[in-house]
Ligand binder design. Structure first.
Ligand SMILES: *[C@@H]1O[C@H](CO)[C@@H](O)[C@H](O)[C@H]1NC(C)=O
Ligand SMILES: *[C@@H]1O[C@H](CO)[C@@H](O)[C@H](O)[C@H]1NC(C)=O
Ligand SMILES: *[C@@H]1O[C@H](CO)[C@@H](O)[C@H](O)[C@H]1NC(C)=O
Length: 460
């Protein structure tokens, strides 16, 4: 086949793919990975960097800032292939529109939403230069710098998908300008994966994304899981990216952006101010995204609405009550299973018990996530006569004879607790109790109750 004919064949394939796209391809990470695979299968001799450049060209991700770090994608046939795909262009172009829709994000199998742009950029930087500073500036540190410099003062606006099985539209629930949760998740992933790729060259982009985003946990949950998976993004980011370095790289990214945009260099005083603002931003980031546990919000597990009007809690509260669900008795190990458990518990509480909503404030899955029940602000129905003075946190499972995973216990014992005191939702010297200490019940099970006796804050 001569080159012209080959290009025509490819173009034909592209059109077929684009048509299929409209009908069946969603904003789920699995579909994005399928698209990457499709590309890898069809483009001859495509090594990782070529595939990444092709993706970048598809999304028209090429400005002076990116050119400073990454080679401009040339138009050869492989890029022609990609340019023809509307899907790739949309899914890689991160933006928040007027109507609060966030584009360029995908839902992953673990229930979190990520922006793909920093993932692709971080990987390319890691592979092509291996320079950690470049990886920082093209992922979270750079995005954070730009957001703060743009006077975006709120971090972590989150949202809801239109459909969890076939997600297409992601709408933010908070309409203030923000570096969104999806951008932060993607920024952390891009940094972690870029750093990894610079140390150990992965063979295929699709395999790397699969092993990172689609890892299935076994009965030990996260306790026995590999290190490099999306569920561990917060702990990995904490280990690999010290806050002082993130501040430094964010400042560098802003200075470079100014220089490339033809702005005059900052004076000493302005430099100090910039540094101060970045330090404050990174501190907020660390509190919300590194110290606090990752949480699956109500819309993400498919909660029904609260029946009636919730009663607000008066914060900070003095107590944290520990429960187990008893039934479901099996620990849940995936977003799908934990979400199904959440829905069945809520159904039981609303329909059988006649309560307004799921009773607990929060629940701990064994999949690495805390699930939002009534949340931080609404009074729960978990610990009779004590619902106004404490949060009720339940471990999903039956912990009469066995313990939850170390990871699940750590999420509640350290992360949720410090997150709650840090944000003044629990008092600093709050008291942690088992359900059975205040109500006549076996809850939270003998094994778990014995365990929590050694936890900080445990009290009578
Ligand atoms: C990384 O790149 C920066 C310039 O962007 C350079 O100053 C630094 O020396 C590089 N680091 C390494 C380890 O090559
Ligand atoms: C409860 O809190 C919400 C905000 O979290 C507020 O809008 C509402 O007015 C409060 N309701 C009462 C009864 O205080
Ligand atoms: C919970 O575990 C205990 C001890 O293993 C067992 O006796 C009980 O039947 C279990 N309950 C449920 C609902 O699975």
């Amino acid at each position: 086949m001569d080159e012209g004919a080959w290009k025509k064949t490819l173009l034909a394939l592209v059109l077929v793919f684009s048509m299929k796209t409209e009908a069946s391809i969603s904003n789920h990470m699995n579909d994005f990975i399928r698209a990457v695979q499709w590309l890898e299968d069809r483009v001859q001799g495509s090594d990782l960097v070529t595939v990444l450049r092709a993706l970048r060209q598809a999304a028209a991700l090429d400005d002076v800032f990116l050119q400073h770090f990454l080679a401009s994608p040339k138009s050869d046939s492989s890029e022609m292939v990609v340019s023809a795909s509307r899907y790739l262009r949309e899914v890689l172009h991160h933006q928040v529109t007027e109507d609060s829709r966030e584009g360029g994000v995908v839902l992953t199998s673990d229930g979190t939403t990520v922006a793909l742009r920093p993932v692709v950029l971080g990987l390319e930087a890691g592979l092509s230069t291996g320079n950690v500073s470049h990886v920082h500036q093209l992922t979270l540190a750079g995005d954070l710098g730009m957001a703060i410099e743009g006077e975006v003062d709120l971090l972590g606006a989150d949202g809801c998908w239109d459909d969890l099985d076939s997600p297409r539209v992601f709408t933010l629930t908070d309409d203030s300008p923000a570096l969104t949760t999806a951008a932060i998740n993607g920024g952390m992933d891009g940094f972690i994966l870029g750093l990894e790729a610079s140390n150990r060259r992965p063979l295929k982009l699709s395999s790397l994304l699969k092993s990172y985003y689609c890892h299935q946990l076994d009965a030990d949950g996260l306790d026995a899981a590999p290190l490099l998976i999306s569920r561990r993004r917060r702990e990995n980011f904490r280990t690999l990216a010290p806050p002082a370095v993130v501040v430094r790289e964010a400042v560098k990214a802003v200075e470079l952006q100014r220089k490339l945009g033809g702005h005059p260099e900052l004076g000493l005083k302005q430099k100090r101010l910039l540094h101060f603002l970045m330090e404050r931003g990174v501190k907020e980031l660390v509190v919300k995204f590194v110290d606090c546990p990752p949480m699956i919000s109500r819309c993400m597990w498919g909660a029904r609405p609260y029946k009636g009007t919730p009663t607000n809690l008066t914060l900070p509260l003095p107590y944290l009550y520990i429960h187990h669900t008893f039934s479901p008795s099996k620990p849940c190990l995936s977003f799908e299973q934990c979400s199904a458990d959440m829905r069945s518990i809520q159904r039981y509480h609303q329909d059988e018990r006649g309560w307004a909503d799921i009773g607990y404030s929060f629940l701990a899955g064994s999949d690495g996530y805390i699930y939002e029940g009534r949340g931080w602000f609404w009074r729960g129905a978990h610990t009779r006569l004590h619902n106004s003075v404490g949060y009720g946190v339940a471990f999903i499972g039956n912990y009469t004879d066995v313990l939850p995973t170390q990871n699940a216990m750590g999420l509640v014992r350290y992360k949720l607790a410090s997150c709650a005191t840090g944000s003044r939702r629990l008092v600093d010297n709050f008291i942690l109790q088992g359900h059975r200490q205040v109500v006549d019940t076996d809850c939270p099970g003998d094994a778990l109750f014995n365990e929590i006796k050694s936890w900080e804050h445990f009290g009578k």
